[in-house]
Design a protein around this ligand. Structure first.
Ligand code: 5GP
Ligand code: ZN
Length: 136
């Protein structure tokens, strides 16, 4: 574990957090700056810097934990919808470089907006071709 990793310190109980769930591979705790009540961070216990370099078994453990937690969080805060996402890289808003997924309960009147791309020519076939080539 990197000695300066905030979330590793939460796992090690060196920094306090409102932990709501734990199993062998994952920990879940409330985000200190929630966008809504119940905003929870779900993380693998094994350190990785971000989603793209996280071992698939750790990703799977986080997904399992999210499915276990989902009904409990929604019941606790009276929500019936949520966003579940990971910010990857600084340009995407990642501030803590220990892989984490945000589980964010949503309410119809909470005012948050989703992204909507602008109209226009997005060169979809060119972009798709580049992605397929990069996979080859
Ligand atoms: P990111 O922007 O990296 O996807 O999200 C990091 C999240 O960690 C932020 O939503 C931020 O509020 C949360 N966070 C930062 N420091 C702490 C902390 O010390 N404790 C807890 N519980 N959450 C934190
Ligand atoms: Zn870490």
């Amino acid at each position: 574990m990197p000695s300066d990793c905030l979330f590793c310190k939460i796992i090690a109980r060196e920094i306090p957090a409102e932990i709501v769930y734990e199993d062998d591979g994952t920990l879940a705790f409330l985000d200190i700056h929630p966008i809504n009540p119940g905003h929870t961070l779900i993380i693998p216990k094994r350190h990785s810097d971000s989603f793209a370099v996280t071992p698939p078994e750790d990703v799977a453990a986080v997904m399992r934990a999210a499915q276990t937690l989902s009904p409990a969080i929604l019941k606790a805060v009276g929500a019936d919808a949520f966003n579940f996402t990971a910010n990857n890289g600084r340009a995407a808003g990642q501030l803590v470089f220990h892989t984490h997924f945000h589980f964010m309960p949503r309410f119809a009147a909470d005012g948050y907006k989703m992204w909507h791309g602008p109209e226009g020519d997005h060169h979809l076939s060119d972009v798709a071709a580049k992605i397929r080539a990069a996979l080859a």
